[in-house]
Design a binder for this molecule. Structure first.
Ligand code: GDP
Ligand code: GDP
Length: 436
């Protein structure tokens, strides 16, 4: 089920990123460990009391050399496109400015709920400053302080009142949802067209409501699929579509709604930092992954080229060692027909549940082969292992002391599990828990 999306909009310096960080809190992310990635998160999942949602800081999307007013207008448009609820943020200490009115004008046209947050109200004496903001026409202004963490609960409660009701708009469990992600121009839309143009593919309308009319629905050999739209596929001709931040935002939204993610790389241009970052998001989200090297027709090659490229991918995407790689061409259609079978395999493995007794045999054999590590004279003891979830497959190992299950031994267990059960195309997660 897709989570509701909240976007924060407002002119610069009102405190959008302060509020965003406050709501998101500390989140550890492998993507941010990748060198070259600055701390510039603009999209994240968040939990606030009982609310579970995703949040966008539109202020982080800078749109080329557009003039100031145009930038904030476009950011507001992105919020309208992407969010279920918009938090319109203003600075309580400066009163209503012309730029606030500009943002308001755009938001009036949206049929999306808007909650007005008046920031920098750092103490109760300043509360009277909110009354000016009734003039913006969005009802009751909520006093908050991003730097002190005040008033956010009330603001988010109000936002949550407008979250879509559960059960709306997504596809059935039996439908395989996949998306193609990658930076602009790697060939995502060409690949979608190539898939849809295949002979075995019946482009269909799957029963049920669709959240996004631009998702493509298809059927192959009786199995239903949905291709989740990403940036670059629906090309509306808006100026922000080709900016990196926006394409990352769209990719994150698509990943969330997918079972399987095709990470598309331009074979002609090779791997760049941005590819790694986008692939990292798919891995972190726990989705099944297939790596697609497109434009293989345009690569000058000999018998070593593919192996070398594959090695290059393995070196750059070490966290995706489970993902199969396919070299193909949307243009010549070469190997396009291999995609659907690969998606099926990845999706099956993503949802695979293994038998507990067999799992424990595998773990016992593993321990016999490579004894558990010791730390300061204490040895890790593994009592029992069980699979607690699918999508992705998640295992809990009951041990004497979780601290003793070091990364390298966990990695070893993961590899044994993979050798025994496959799990090609899907990440798996392993947690250690103390047996009481
Ligand atoms: P953005 O451009 O809208 O993302 O704004 P920032 O989050 O970068 O904040 C702009 C400035 O306002 C920074 O110097 C923040 O420290 C400051 N700021 C943010 N929230 C508050 C607040 O609640 N009270 C006060 N006094 N300052 C704040
Ligand atoms: P997107 O932005 O990722 O959706 O990329 P597009 O599908 O719009 O493709 C970007 C450019 O790459 C277009 O000029 C395509 O014609 C070209 N292109 C796409 N796939 C291939 C391919 O397999 N081979 C070659 N040579 N060019 C391709």
């Amino acid at each position: 089920m897709a989570k509701p999306v909240v976007a924060i909009v407002g002119r610069p310096n009102v405190g959008k990123s302060t509020i965003f960080n406050r709501i998101v809190g500390e989140r550890i992310s492998i993507v941010e460990d990748i060198p070259g990635v600055t701390r510039d998160r603009i999209y994240s999942s968040a939990e606030w009391l009982t609310h579970d949602f995703n949040i966008i800081d539109t202020g982080g999307i800078d749109i080329g050399d557009e003039p100031f007013l145009e930038q904030i207008r476009l950011q507001a448009e992105i919020a309208i496109d992407e969010a279920d609820v918009i938090i319109f943020l203003v600075n309580g200490r400066e009163g209503v400015t012309a730029a606030d009115e500009e943002v308001a004008k755009i938001l009036y046209k949206a049929k999306k709920p808007v909650v007005l947050g008046v920031n920098k109200i750092d103490n109760p004496e300043m509360r009277d400053l909110i009354y000016d903001f009734y003039a913006l026409g969005f009802g009751e202004p909520f006093p908050i302080s991003g730097s002190h963490g005040l008033g956010l609960g009330d603001l988010l409660d109000e936002a949550a009142k407008h979250f879509p009701k559960h059960g709306q708009g997504e596809y059935g469990e039996e439908v395989i949802k996949f998306s193609l992600i990658g930076r602009p121009n790697v060939g995502k839309s060409s690949l979608v067209n190539a898939i849809l143009g295949e002979e075995r593919v019946i482009v269909s309308n799957i029963a049920g409501t669709t959240r996004d009319a631009i998702d493509s629905q298809l059927k192959v050999d009786g199995q239903e699929y949905v291709i989740i739209d990403t940036a670059g596929m629906r090309k509306k001709g808006k100026v922000y579509e080709t900016t990196e931040k926006y394409s990352v935002l769209r990719a994150l939204r698509a990943i969330e709604r997918s079972d399987v993610v095709l990470v598309v790389i331009d074979g002609e241009e090779g791997i760049i930092e941005q590819d790694k970052r986008i692939a990292g998001y798919a891995h972190e989200a726990g989705r099944a992954v297939v790596i697609v090297v497109n434009k293989w027709d345009a690569v000058e090659k000999d018998e070593k080229t593919m192996k070398a490229f594959e090695q290059n991918i393995r070196d750059h995407f070490q966290f995706l060692d489970y993902a199969p790689i396919v070299f193909l061409s949307a243009k010549t259609k070469k190997r396009i027909h291999t995609l659907i079978p690969m998606i099926n395999t990845a999706s099956e493995n993503h949802a695979l549940r293994v038998e507990t007794s067999v799992l424990n045999d595998v773990i016992m054999d593993a321990v016999a082969m490579n004894p558990t590590p010791t730390d300061k004279g204490r040895r890790l003891r593994i009592y029992y292992t069980t699979q607690v979830a699918v999508k992705p497959p998640t295992f809990v190992v009951f041990v004497n002391d979780p601290e003793l299950l070091h990364f390298s031994y966990e990695r070893f267990l993961e590899n044994r599990i993979r050798d025994a059960f496959g799990f090609e195309g899907t990440p798996i997660k392993i947690f250690a828990r103390e047996r009481k």
